[in-house]
Design a protein around this ligand. Sequence first.
Ligand code: ADP
Ligand code: MG
Ligand code: MG
Length: 211
Amino acid sequence: SPGPLSGVMQTVLEAVCDSLLQKQEELNMLDRAAGDGDCGNTHASAAKAIQEWLQSHTVPGCPGQLLTILATVVQETMGGSSGALYSIFLTAAVRPLMGESDAAAWAKAVHAGTEAIKRYGGAEPGDRTMLDALCPAVEELQRLLSSPPAGAMAILQAAVERAEAGADSTRSLSAKAGRASYVATQHQTQPDPGAVAVAAILRAVFEALGG
Ligand code: ADP
Ligand code: MG
Ligand code: MG
């Protein structure tokens, strides 16, 4: 049976998809400044595919099961570096959520996913990638491992704010990974699109959960 988590996860997913579709042109514009201009399209493709999946399926009550499905959907539809990296993230995030689905398990899942992106993509924070938004958020989310459940939303809010600050900080970074690393530093005055997308996703999650 789907269970109570199913509805919450569906609401969150819908909010994330809406946010990414809203940001499509902005992300393309940012990617035109330093990449190949398709970062909004890759994220929009994933969002549309997830929306379609939601129309014909019930979200499973087990988060690990949902993330396994999403990894496949993303791998098959998103394309680009983002498609590969998000698919890797989602696949690695499954294990901490098998049998557990409290805030601490989600924090472990996001941490595991982020470590997998680092391992497979070879980038680190400071390289002007999505990791510049993701890593500060993950650091904040680690506080969920020792916090009472009542404190979870405040921690999530702080994580969203760290991601947004991290995304903004990429304006002054020169790229060391991905296509943007082929563009001269002086041309990069806009933030990295992948990092901006991560911050938007986290804010959509936070707001869909009532924050
Ligand atoms: P592509 O570069 O293949 O066109 P996208 O436009 O979908 O892919 O995504 C570009 C984003 O992917 C970048 O803005 C950056 O945040 C992220 N990215 C690229 N390479 C890496 C990497 N090795 N590690 C982490 N993130 C990366
Ligand atoms: Mg691109
Ligand atoms: Mg591309």
